[in-house]
Design a protein around this ligand. Structure first.
Ligand SMILES: [Fe+2]
Length: 217
């Protein structure tokens, strides 16, 4: 794994070992999602695990690593499988905080150890051929209870927005499969029919540097 091997709770280590072996042998996203939805509640229902993760992070123990740049600023990487089969990430949600609608470049299974994590799924209605344009409509939402999960598919089949409609601060635990080699996710502006690329921090800096170089000439 690529995050610090120190102080990883044994529950996460054991869970990820099982998932690594099982998921690598599966041949469809449906099977991987089914398995992960069956497994993830084992961690989600272990509140002492999340208490420890938060306390360790706040104590600066090095795991979880909150210094590492991530695509989303509320994201904390917990585990990245050595073979790239999956990654496990924690997200923090203040009261009323939601993502913009976005897609993913892999399948995903998401849930929370607390009640109230909300998932709103969208359907894309245009054919995706116009760069920067997208028409999406909400098709359903789930308000998850502690330990419940939802899932997502890669690209247009998995456009969703997630967040926290409650008055407390909650966290979610999200497991994602092997990402397709696209290198970014799409964010969507539902009202203005816009699709925009969300790049990882390093790629974003590199892209802006390339553009800035052009303008320096
Ligand atoms: Fe998402």
């Amino acid at each position: 794994m690529t995050v610090s091997a120190q102080k990883i709770p044994s529950q996460i280590e054991g869970f990820c070992r099982l998932c690594s072996e099982a998921l690598a042998g599966m041949d469809s996203d449906e099977a991987r999602i089914r398995y992960t939805r069956d497994m993830l509640p084992r961690l989600l229902l272990d509140k002492s695990l999340f208490t420890r993760l938060l306390q360790d992070a706040l104590a600066g123990s090095g795991y979880p690593d909150i210094k590492r740049p991530t695509v989303f600023d509320n994201e904390v990487p917990l585990y990245v499988d050595r073979q790239g089969v999956f990654s496990l990430r924690m997200y923090l949600w203040g009261p009323g905080e939601f993502t913009a609608p976005h897609d993913h470049s892999s399948w995903g299974v998401i849930g929370s150890p607390s009640d109230g994590y909300e998932v709103i799924n969208y359907r894309r209605e245009d054919d995706g051929t116009r760069e920067g344009y997208a028409r999406i409509v909400p098709v359903g939402n789930f308000l998850l209870k502690a330990g419940e999960t939802a899932h997502t598919y890669p690209f247009d089949e998995g456009i969703h927005k997630t967040g926290n409609p409650t008055e407390g601060t909650i966290l979610s635990l999200n497991m994602y499969g092997r990402p397709a080699p696209r290198g970014f996710v799409y964010g969507f502006d539902e009202a203005n029919h816009r699709a925009y690329k969300i790049l990882p921090p390093r790629r974003k800096k590199e892209q802006l540097m390339r553009e800035a170089l052009r303008f320096l000439k």
